[in-house]
Write a protein that binds this ligand. Structure first.
Ligand code: FMN
Length: 342
């Protein structure tokens, strides 16, 4: 293929691309656009002739106070690649979320001659994520309401009757003692109340605080077991609402398994980071198990799905008699800004 054939092929490829592509010339005053492909025209609603010769910032309209812009300016200044999410406005003034990647193009002397921008309209994706978050919030509210209005009410009623019966038996001198059962029911009732509280406040609370209260609930449920929480120094204070909820579910499942199946004396929850990745681990010194013969009922596949849903990994280590360790790791959060309500 000779030079002109190659050029024609490249031009056809860029023209046919469904991603919108733009090219700027930083050697001209205010780095104007010198090329936009048809997908750019479709996404923004601006025909090429109206945008060539202008700096692409016009897509931001008056909305200039955006976190991604600082990173974008620095990348352009230093001649390096970056990806940011910006709020942009089409010609008809409707908002769209633009995931913009900018790449420098260098000549044979390593001088930056142009920048190529690849724009990806992620409005639909953010809208779907927001809808999913709203569904999760509604589901948590419903579970909290059912637990509160039905389960806790029934439990409190039964607890009161049992207390009364207990008193009557005692005063009649019968040899029946419900003290332990009453205490266990009392613990279950207060545990449920805290769980309802957590369900209602899960999103607003920092992840580490939610883990603390989850660990505390597990301590109350099994006072005979030592449940330790270790938060290593570099562990991030806040995770996104979605990540936080999913990781809490995995932790809850792992702690329930430890409680029901491990017969451990000690359980440790450890939150740590390694090379930027976030690690959440639950280990115990219980009887362990043979992973190959483990029953499906212990929620391993659900935990794996949650971890993988966050782009992370899930692993279980253990052998009969040697305790169990459950490890979830997820990559660091990207810097996509929290979407506004669309
Ligand atoms: C190749 C390239 C493509 C760009 N595409 C867009 C875009 O689609 N939308 C946008 O708001 N800004 C875009 N920009 C960013 C603006 O041109 C500008 O760099 C940014 O607003 C920060 O600079 P300023 O503070 O001078 O406005 C692009 C920049 C480059 C280099």
């Amino acid at each position: 293929m000779d030079g002109s054939d190659r050029l024609r092929l490249l031009e056809r490829a860029v023209t046919a691309s469904t991603n919108s592509i733009s090219i700027t010339d930083p050697s001209q005053p205010d780095s104007p656009l010198v090329y936009v492909n048809p997908a750019f025209e479709r996404t923004t609603g601006y025909p090429a002739e109206e945008v060539l010769g202008r700096n692409c910032r016009f897509l931001q309209g008056e909305d200039r106070d955006q976190t991604g812009l600082g990173e974008l300016r620095a990348a352009v200044r230093e001649g390096r690649h970056c990806t940011v999410v910006l709020r942009n406005y089409r010609k008809d003034e409707t908002l769209f979320y633009n995931e913009l990647s900018v790449y420098p193009v260098r000549d044979e002397n390593d001088r930056v001659t142009n920048f190529v921008g690849v724009q990806n309209d992620i409005t639909e994706r953010l809208r779907t994520e927001e809808a999913l978050r709203e569904i999760r919030r509604a589901e948590r509210r419903r579970i909290a309401r059912d637990l509160h209005d039905i389960v806790i009410q029934d439990l409190s009623g039964a607890l009161q009757s049992l207390r009364l019966i207990h008193l009557q038996f005692k005063s009649s001198g019968a040899e029946l003692d419900f003290t332990e059962e009453l205490e266990a029911l009392g613990r279950a009732s207060s545990g449920l109340r805290s769980a309802v509280y957590d369900l209602r406040h899960e999103k607003e609370r920092p992840f580490v605080e939610s883990v603390e209260s989850l660990v505390e609930l597990n301590r109350q449920a099994t006072p005979e077991r030592e449940v330790r929480l270790v938060v290593e120094e570099k562990f991030p204070g806040g995770l996104s609402g979605g990540e936080s909820v999913e990781l809490l579910r995995v932790l809850q499942e792992a702690l329930t398994n430890a409680r029901r199946h491990s017969r451990a004396r000690n359980v440790e929850v450890r939150l740590r980071t390694e090379d930027g990745d976030i690690f959440v681990e639950v280990s115990d010194d219980g009887r362990g198990f043979d992973i190959a013969s483990v029953r499906a009922g212990v929620g391993l596949s659900a935990m794996r799905e949650r971890a993988e849903g966050l782009g992370g990994t899930f692993a279980v280590y253990g052998r009969p008699g040697e305790g169990t360790r459950v490890v979830v790791s997820i990559p660091p959060e990207n810097d996509t800004p929290a979407p506004r309500r669309l």
